[in-house]
Design a protein around this ligand. Structure first.
Ligand code: HEM
Length: 353
């Protein structure tokens, strides 16, 4: 069948002209002049999510979510199947990079005031995506069932246990019993491979739909944005798509480079009777973990519980009209102070015994 015959066959069944018009409209959509390399962080987050799904499916072929087989099955993936070591490493590095890139994308939209009217819902969905990306990291970390995973999850769920009123219930619910065991592994597995991927998939869909419908924000004040007409601004294709292509190409290089040069070790199989002497959470939980050490227990945990709520509701707290970071010194100051705190507590946690 030739190309023309295929098009004719499809044309008898679908309104191809209309579909072509819709695609053209999206592809040629003008972007504001202020579009920069920083505006590729969103598509980098999307690429990393897709990469996690693909490598995750490959891992699922051999992974076994039981206490007796989990560790051995990951060891098997790293040594036996063709390129098994590579897709396990790309998945592990991809998880770390995704958290970093989604965080940077959040900072970009925060400092450029892109979360303000009319894009509050885009931010709320984004904030949920960031939280779920962290939950992806937390639940995935336990799956290899090694010593680090076992004990980091013990500490993590212990922290949840400190929340007033619902803490003990939350801890038991997460663990599936009093201690970390087979029940915990099953729960984390279901959350990691079924619940979160679908939830994040639909949230990303809604996020991108809003970005497309509302367009990328400019630096003008709220209610003063000028709608771009056709032929104005920077065309999405090929200008911005080319930028995205370049960063994705680099990202693939970084992912594979890190996987080869700095592979994640599997370590020892989990042993509930042997506590390792230094248990530290992954870098993305380290600042919070360290902060908890300096604050009275209840205050620290209340702050941890309030943090996500403030993040999600931020567009409704900062209702100033200006978008440019220099024109809204208070929120810019809060943003910078947050970054400094995260770095300081992260470093203190890193250096702590
Ligand atoms: C898996 C996670 C995410 C994906 C795949 C994603 C994807 C995208 C993409 C492709 C764009 C358009 C290009 C760009 O601005 O970079 C965008 C815009 C946006 N995102 Fe995200 N995003 C994610 C997480 C977040 C988070 C965590 C936030 C904030 C809490 C956020 C808030 C926004 C906002 C406010 C815009 C509009 C930007 C503007 O109009 O200038 N996103 N997102």
């Amino acid at each position: 069948m030739s190309k023309d015959q295929i098009i004719a066959w499809l044309g008898e069944r679908f309104d191809l002209k209309r579909i072509q018009e819709l695609v053209d409209q999206q592809v040629k959509k003008p972007l504001p002049k202020n579009i920069s390399w920083l505006h590729t962080l969103g598509s980098m987050s999307l690429f990393l999510f897709i990469s996690q799904i693909l490598t995750g499916i490959l891992l699922l072929i051999y992974y076994r979510p039981t206490v007796n087989e989990a560790f051995e099955s990951v060891k098997f993936i790293m040594t036996k199947p063709s390129l098994g070591w590579l897709y396990r490493q790309v998945h592990a590095w991809g998880a770390n990079l995704m958290i970093l890139i989604v965080f940077l994308h959040m900072l970009r939209t925060f400092f450029m005031g892109a979360f303000k009217k009319p894009r509050e819902i885009t931010w709320v969905i984004g904030a949920l995506l960031f939280i779920f990306t962290l939950v992806f990291g937390f639940t995935g970390y336990l799956l290899p069932w090694n010593q680090l995973a076992y004990w980091a999850t013990t500490v993590g769920t212990e922290i949840a246990g400190g929340i007033p009123v619902i803490g003990e219930w939350t801890k038991i619910f997460l663990r599936g019993g009093a201690a970390i065991g087979g029940e915990t592994l099953s729960r984390f597995f279901v959350i990691h491979v079924i619940i979160l991927p679908w939830l994040v998939f639909f949230l990303i869909g809604a996020h991108l739909l809003l970005v497309r419908v509302q367009g990328i924000s400019t630096m003008e004040k709220v209610d003063q944005e000028i709608k771009l007409k056709e032929g104005e601004g920077t065309p999405f294709f090929p200008h911005h798509v080319l930028k995205e292509g370049i960063v994705l190409y680099l990202l693939i290089g970084i992912l594979i480079g890190l996987s080869i040069l700095l592979p994640f070790e599997l370590g020892e199989k989990a042993d509930p009777l042997q506590t390792p002497h230094a248990i530290k959470p992954e870098w993305y939980f380290l600042p919070m973990y360290q902060m908890l050490k300096y604050l009275p227990k209840l205050l620290g945990i209340l702050m941890l519980a309030m943090g996500p709520l403030i993040l999600i509701g931020w567009p409704f707290l900062d209702k100033t009209k200006a978008r440019h970071p220099r024109q809204r010194p208070i929120s810019t100051g809060i943003g910078i102070a947050m970054i400094v705190l995260l770095i300081v507590f992260g470093l203190l946690g890193h250096w702590a015994d």
